[in-house]
Design a protein around this ligand. Structure first.
Ligand code: CTP
Length: 402
């Protein structure tokens, strides 16, 4: 299977320059991008920019011979796995809704019969105009994915909706539509990520080295595979994927509360968070001042969230992580049994290229029937998909589809 092919249509609005960022990000993901611009788009940004970023000639009109296609609107439409129009002006939205084909871009759209995404961007009054809203309704009813614009200060000086949706969101939606198979469609997946913090006083806390990268990668992977995702994370410096329900928490007890709120409806729970096992019995209400004598902190046990989930387990598929510095497999096996898990992901956190705060991970998967699977070193994104592939193959998961 070759690379995915995406057709990016650029129309003539001030946000046209943002399409360059989109093209660049898609190309970096290994996607083959073909750009089509309208004549007006080429007044805002040079086709040369897109040619350099996509590494391919840009199509501007039906009668250009530069690209070497004999019937461009048919061939361009036929080759693409997905068509995304960024930005989509009110004029182009109207053409798409009413089936006009007076330039190459709208002609391609008329031939194209796979996934079409449009990201409208325009003046707020134009956006609110009933004609535009009717046209968007027509397009949505035909299955076009309309990426709603943001609100904000617009180039024309007005403030309100009409600003192109964030490029990250457009990239994520392109990825979502390209990703197959969607085995988690209709399933609710709860992921915990990052380390929790336990207060010592208002300015200090007990924390750990978890970066949250593995958990965030799991949330993104579950979403791409079709799930409705709840991501519950301790304080981490990461931006949550825009399409998941995000619950930032601090302490283990806060995390427990939010996890339990979602547990009944969850089909799968993946606990990648590094939860603090202990908290300070009596955290200071004021900053603790330095004194001559040593300071002793008395710690008490935190709830073991995963163990509680294991005890309350009904239909859920429960997946844990075991962060170990010694006796990796024995310790992980013990946790698998003690917490009543369907799968545990064991990682040796003493390694430089695996575990906390790095972009790669090498883990062993342990199953309740005693099976073990050592996976090679890979990116956390690739590992996240591998973990869900394994979950999707578990008999307990497959029961959901019976
Ligand atoms: N976990 C949890 N609540 C806790 C501690 C851990 O839900 N209070 C979860 C983690 O999210 C992880 C799994 O249990 O999925 C194992 O966590 P880990 O810290 O490796 O093990 P612990 O049970 O805390 O045991 P130990 O710290 O002694 O290794």
């Amino acid at each position: 299977m070759g690379p995915k092919k995406v057709l990016v249509g650029v129309t003539g609005g001030i946000a046209a320059y943002k399409a360059a960022d989109l093209v660049s990000r898609l190309v970096k993901q290994g996607i083959q991008v073909q750009v089509i611009m309208t004549e007006n788009a080429a007044r805002f940004i040079s086709p040369l920019t897109f040619e350099a970023l996509s590494g391919r000639p840009v199509w501007l009109d039906e009668f250009s011979t530069a690209g070497g296609l004999s019937v461009p609107h048919v061939q361009l439409a036929g080759e693409a796995d997905l068509f995304v129009i960024v930005p989509a002006t009110a004029n182009t939205v109207a053409k798409l809704a009413w089936g006009m084909a007076d330039n190459l871009l709208s002609a391609v759209a008329l031939v194209y019969n796979k996934t079409l995404l449009i990201a409208p961007a325009m003046n707020t009054n134009m956006y609110h105009h009933p004609a535009l809203q009717e046209n968007l309704k027509i397009l949505k009813s035909r299955g076009v994915c309309v990426i709603e614009p943001d609100s904000g200060r617009l180039a024309c000086g007005a403030t309100g909706p009409g600003k192109l949706a964030p490029v990250e969101e457009i990239v994520a939606l392109v990825q979502w539509h390209l990703f197959q198979p969607k085995k988690l469609l209709g399933k609710k997946v709860v992921v915990t990520a990052g380390g929790t913090r336990e207060n010592i006083d208002p300015v200090r806390y007990i924390g750990n080295r978890s970066s949250g990268k593995m958990g965030f990668a799991l949330a993104q992977a579950a979403w791409l595979r079709g799930a409705e995702v709840v991501l519950i994370a301790g304080p981490v410096g990461l931006t949550p994927p825009s399409q998941v329900a995000f619950y930032p928490v601090e302490s283990a007890r806060e995390m427990r509360e939010v996890v339990l709120q979602h547990y009944d409806e969850a089909h799968i729970v993946v606990k990648a968070a590094a939860v603090a096992d202990y908290r300070v019995v009596d955290p200071g209400t004021q900053k603790i001042k330095k004194r001559e004598q040593d300071l002793e902190l008395v710690l008490t046990k935190n709830p073991d969230i995963l163990r509680e989930l294991g005890e309350k387990k009904r239909h859920q598929v429960l997946v844990g992580f075991a962060a170990e510095t010694e006796e990796l497999l024995d310790n992980a096996q013990e946790k698998l049994v003690k917490k009543n898990l369907d799968l545990i992901v064991a990682n040796d956190v003493t390694r430089q290229d695996a575990g906390f705060n790095v972009d790669t991970n090498e883990v062993t998967l342990l199953f309740p029937d005693g099976r073990q699977e050592l996976l090679p070193l890979m990116s956390k994104e690739a590992l996240a998909h591998r973990i869900f592939e394994v979950i999707e193959s578990l008999p307990r998961f497959q029961r959901f589809n019976d």
